[in-house]
Design a protein around this ligand. Structure first.
Ligand code: FMN
Length: 186
C-alpha cells in the first residue's frame, strides 16, 4: 500500500524530513512511503475554487493525494502548533467543500523537536484538524520525537538505536492500522 508522507518543514537540514526518510526506510515491505512536497502550494484562497480556477499546484496535489491509501504527517512544532506550510497543505486538500482528499484516509502523526516535549502541542493541534477531516489517526504508539539535535549523524542518518527501534515499531503498528482501516486486514 502506498502512503503519502507530508513533512511540515522546508528547512534544508530539517529533523522532521530526516525522520520522515527514516520512517520510509524502516517501513515494512507491505508499505511504500513517498514524501509529497508541499512547499510550492500557493496559500489557500477559496476564491480559486469558487471561481473554478484553482492553481494547477492545488489540483496536482489533490490528485496525487487521492492515489495514496494512507498519510503520515511528520511535523515540527511552531509556537505550539503546526507550521503554516503544513496547515496550508491540509487546507488545500480539504476543499472544495465535500471533495476533501482526506476523508476516510487512515493517518498517523509524528512530531519532532529539539525540545524535550517532542512537539506534543503540534501533534495534538494537528489531531484536532484530523478529527474534523475524518482521518482515522492512529492512537498508539504516540510519536513525540524529542531531543532531535542528538538523533542524527552528520550525513543525516539516524544514530539512535532506541529511536530506530521505536520508529520500526511505529511503522509496524501503522501497517496494521492501515490494513485494518482500509479493510485489507479483516
Ligand atoms: C517560528 C518557530 C516557532 C517554533 N516554535 C517551537 C515550539 O513551539 N516548540 C518547539 O519545540 N520548538 C519550536 N521551534 C523550534 C523548532 O522545533 C526547531 O527549529 C526545529 O528544528 C524545526 O523542525 P525541523 O528541524 O524539522 O525544521 C520553533 C521554530 C520556529 C522557526
Amino acid at each position: 500500500m502506498k502512503v503519502a508522507v507530508l513533512v511540515g518543514s522546508l528547512r534544508r537540514e530539517s529533523f522532521s524530513r530526516k525522520t520522515a526518510k527514516t520512517l520510509a526506510a524502516l517501513a515494512p515491505a507491505s508499505l511504500t512511503l513517498e514524501i509529497v512536497e508541499i512547499g510550492d502550494l500557493p496559500i489557500y484562497n477559496q476564491d480559486g475554487d469558487d471561481d473554478g480556477k484553482p492553481p494547477a499546484a492545488w489540483t496536482t496535489f489533490r490528485q496525487r493525494i487521492r492515489g495514496y491509501e494512507g498519510v503520515i504527517f511528520v511535523t515540527p512544532e511552531y509556537n505550539r502548533s503546526v507550521p503554516a506550510v503544513l496547515k496550508n497543505a491540509i487546507d488545500v486538500g480539504s476543499r472544495p467543500y465535500g471533495q476533501s482528499v482526506w476523508a476516510g484516509k487512515p493517518g498517523a502523526v509524528v512530531s519532532v523537536s529539539p525540545g524535550v516535549i517532542g512537539g506534543f502541542g503540534a501533534n495534538h493541534h494537528l489531531r484536532q484538524s484530523l478529527v474534523f477531516l475524518d482521518v482515522p489517526a492512529m492512537q498508539q504508539p504516540e510519536a513525540y520525537i524529542g531531543g532531535a539535535t542528538n538523533l542524527f549523524d552528520a550525513e543525516g542518518r539516524l544514530s539512535s538505536e532506541r529511536t530506530r527501534e521505536f520508529l520500526s515499531r511505529f511503522m509496524e503498528a501503522f501497517a496494521v492500522w492501515l490494513g485494518t482501516n482500509t479493510g485489507v486486514i479483516k
